[in-house]
Design a protein around this ligand. Structure first.
Ligand SMILES: *Cc1c(COP(=O)(O)O)cnc(C)c1O
Length: 395
C-alpha cells in the first residue's frame, strides 16, 4: 500500500470520530489572541473584555516579570538543556525552590514545567500495590489522570462524592491499605468552591493518611500574603501534606511546584517519573517566577482589588434568575443548565465584547452547563459593571 493510501485509511477512522464530536456539538475551537493576556483581548481585530483567563492578579502582563524573564534569558540562556537530575538544575531553579519552600512554610519544594506534570509526579509515586487513593469526584482532570496511573501501579482507587467528608471517612475506616493517600483540589476549578480542608486534614490525621492538595486556584489569591488555601484555613505545613500549586494562574508565568517534608520531597525527586524523565523548565522562567513570588507576597493591594471586584459581581448579579454558585474565589460560575442556552448566552456576551466561556458536560455534570466567569485584579469597576449590565439584559 502506498503511504498516502495508508494515511487515507488511518485518517478516515479518526475523521469518523471527529464527525461524531461535531454532530453532538462538542467540537472545540481555539481563538487566536492578537494581544498579550490581560483585561482586554484582541481577537480577529475585535477587542473583548477577558473573563476567561486564570490570570487572577493580572500578573501575566506585568512588565517587571517580563523584564525578569528577558534578563534571565540573557544571563542564563534559552533552555536548561537536560532534566534536573542530569545537568538541567541551574541556580535560578534552586533559588526558586528555596523561595517557594520559604513562602509556603514547607521544608522543601520541587518545581515542574506544568501543574499537569506535577500532579502526575505525586499520587502515582506515592501510591502503588497495596496502597489506596481516596479522591474527590470533582478533582481536576490532571489529578484524575494521576489517579489512573496509581491504579495502573496497583493502587486501590476510590472516589468520594464531592466534598463528602462522611463518605471519605467511611472509605478510610474500611481500608486496610498500607499507605493511604487522600487527594483533593483546594479550590474546585469549575465551581470555585473550597474543599473542607480542616475536616479532611483531621481525617488524614485520624487515619494516618497522606494528604495531597492541589491549590492551583488558591495559590496567590487566598490566605495571608496569597500563601494559598492552607493559609486561608490556618492549617500547618504538616509532614503528611503534599501541596501542589500552579505558577501559570495567579503567578502569571507558567510551571508548578510541589512542597512538603524534606523526606517526601526527596522521595519524589528519587522516584517521581514525571519529575525525573523530563527536561527542566527554562531557567529564565524561574527568574520570572522569583519576581512573581515577590509581587504575590507584597500583593495585598492586588488581592484587595480582586476581592472588591468579586464582591461587586456577586452583589450585582444577586437579583438575577440565573444563580452564581456560592464561591469566595476568583472563579464565579453562573449556572445556566442546558448546553444550548449556555452556549447562546456566551455567544451573545461575546457579541457585546465580553468573553465569558461556556462550560459543558463532560467537564461539568449534565444539566449544569454554566458560564465560568474568571475575575481578575486587572478588571476595573467599569468592566464588572459592563458584565453585570449585559447579563441582566440577556438572561
Ligand atoms: C490548571 C490546573 C492544573 C494544571 O496546571 P497547569 O500548570 O495548567 O498544567 C492542575 N490542577 C488544577 C486544579 C488546575 O486548575
Amino acid at each position: 500500500m502506498t503511504s498516502h493510501l495508508i494515511e487515507d485509511r488511518l485518517s478516515a477512522e479518526l475523521a469518523a470520530q471527529l464527525k461524531e464530536l461535531a454532530t453532538t456539538g462538542l467540537t472545540r475551537r481555539r481563538r487566536v489572541l492578537e494581544s498579550p493576556c490581560g483585561r482586554l483581548a484582541t481577537v480577529d481585530g475585535k477587542n473583548v473584555l477577558n473573563f476567561a483567563a486564570n490570570d487572577y492578579l493580572g500578573l501575566a502582563g506585568n512588565a517587571e516579570i517580563a523584564r525578569a524573564l528577558a534578563d534571565g534569558a540573557l544571563q542564563w540562556g534559552a533552555g536548561a538543556g537536560a532534566s534536573h537530575l542530569v545537568s538541567g538544575h541551574l541556580a535560578p531553579h534552586e533559588a526558586l525552590e528555596k523561595e517557594i519552600s520559604a513562602f509556603t512554610g514547607f521544608p522543601r519544594a520541587l518545581t515542574f514545567s506544568t501543574g499537569y506534570l506535577a500532579n502526575l509526579a505525586v499520587t502515582p509515586t506515592l501510591a502503588g500495590r497495596g496502597d489506596a487513593v481516596f479522591a474527590d469526584k470533582l478533582n481536576h482532570a490532571s489529578l484524575i489522570d494521576a489517579m489512573q496511573l496509581a491504579k495502573a501501579n496497583g493502587a486501590d482507587v476510590q472516589r468520594y462524592p464531592h466534598n463528602d467528608v462522611a463518605a471519605l471517612e467511611k472509605m478510610l475506616a474500611a481500608s486496610t491499605a498500607a499507605r493511604k493517600v487522600i487527594v483533593t483540589d483546594a479550590v474546585f476549578s469549575m465551581d470555585g468552591d473550597l474543599a473542607p480542608l480542616p475536616l479532611i486534614f483531621a481525617l488524614a490525621e485520624r487515619y494516618d493518611a497522606w494528604l495531597v492538595i492541589d491549590d492551583a486556584h488558591g495559590f496567590g489569591v487566598l490566605g495571608p500574603y496569597g500563601q494559598g488555601s492552607l493559609g486561608h484555613f490556618n492549617l500547618p505545613a504538616s509532614p503528611r501534606v503534599l501541596l501542589m500549586g500552579t505558577l501559570g494562574k495567579a503567578a502569571g508565568v507558567g510551571g508548578a511546584f510541589v512542597a512538603g517534608s524534606a523526606t517526601a520531597i526527596e522521595y519524589l525527586l528519587q522516584k517521581g517519573r514525571a519529575y525525573i524523565f523530563t527536561t527542566a523548565q527554562p531557567p529564565a522562567i524561574a527568574c520570572a517566577l522569583l519576581k512573581s513570588l515577590h509581587l504575590i507576597k507584597n500583593g495585598d493591594t492586588l488581592r484587595a482589588k480582586l476581592m472588591a471586584r468579586i464582591g461587586q459581581l456577586r452583589d450585582g448579579l444577586a437579583g438575577l434568575q440565573l444563580k452564581l454558585l456560592p464561591s469566595l474565589t476568583a472563579i464565579q460560575p453562573l449556572v445556566v443548565g442546558e448546553n444550548d442556552p449556555a452556549v447562546a448566552l456566551s455567544k451573545a456576551l461575546w457579541e457585546r465584547g465580553l468573553w465569558v466561556p461556556a462550560i459543558r458536560p463532560p467537564t461539568v455534570p449534565k444539566g449544569t452547563a454554566r458560564l465560568r466567569i474568571s475575575v481578575s485584579a486587572a478588571h476595573t469597576e467599569a468592566d464588572i459593571t459592563q458584565l453585570i449590565t449585559a447579563l441582566k439584559e440577556l438572561s
